[in-house]
Design a binder for this molecule. Structure first.
Ligand code: ADP
Ligand code: MG
Length: 222
């Protein structure tokens, strides 16, 4: 079964100047362990597509099946439980909670979803930070970390509940090119381990790492 299966997804926003269609009948299917890049100019609908996949927003028409769920049919509560267990999300600006330590940030999804016994959460967080190469930052607050280290912490947090899908919207957009390549290599390793990775990217630096591409122009697949 595909991890992501979108069938003719259309998204029309209501705007003060009338309806605006940001996605037009987009279909796509990804298998386990793929590293999929979503590319296209600014405003082409990349973030809208990501929001359909994560269930952050709903399609106007069409079907969204992700990690075994018909996401377009889930109610708010079922959606938040499903998302917490099945989708790790990484943002451009990291979005770590500033008053929690790095380890506590990584433990948060486990606390929220009750996926691991309480006593296992901190060791699991530390193991994920170790895997991301920043074990020694675990006890610090996010502000004490470099951008690249914060993004690694955010990836560790996204992996906290061992989701089948990791989604990242321009995760390297705020990093220097050297650090960006390191983050891409992490994503490639995560995908090679069997987690499906979907990443919005502007640049071509991801090309050596990705296994497939979805290109959008004015909300339609090219
Ligand atoms: P990208 O991520 O490729 O830059 P987006 O998916 O953010 O593109 O946006 C696609 C188009 O939809 C843009 O023209 C944007 O202005 C519009 N758009 C995005 N979100 C909304 C919204 N909530 N309401 C109205 N228009 C939106
Ligand atoms: Mg965007």
């Amino acid at each position: 079964m595909p991890v992501i299966d979108l069938h003719e997804v259309t998204k029309t926003y209501d705007t003060p100047s009338g309806p605006f269609t940001a996605l037009r009948k987009v279909s796509l299917s990804t298998e386990k362990g793929e590293f999929l890049a979503v590319v296209g100019r600014s405003g082409s609908g990349k973030s809208t597509l990501i929001n359909m996949i994560t269930g952050i927003d709903r399609p106007s028409t069409g079907e969204v099946r992700v990690a075994g769920a018909a996401v377009h049919e889930l109610g708010q509560q079922a959606l938040s439980i499903w998302r917490g267990r099945n989708v790790g999300v990484v943002f451009q600006f990291f979005q770590l909670l500033p008053t929690l330590t790095v380890a506590e940030n990584v433990m948060l999804p486990m606390d929220f979803c009750d996926t691991y016994p309480r006593a296992e959460r901190r060791p699991r967080a530390l193991a994920l930070l170790e895997r991301m190469g920043i074990a020694e930052q675990a006890g610090k607050l996010p502000a004490a970390l470099s951008g690249g280290q914060q993004q690694r912490a955010a990836i560790a947090r996204a992996l906290a509940n061992d989701p089948p899908l990791l989604v990242a919207d321009e995760p390297t957009g705020n990093l220097d090119s050297h650090t960006a390549v390191e983050v891409l290599e992490l994503f490639a390793a995560i995908a090679a381990g069997g987690t499906t990775v979907v990443m919005v990217t502007h640049g071509s630096e991801a090309r050596p790492y990705i296994t497939s591409t979805v290109e959008l122009t004015d909300g339609a697949r090219v």
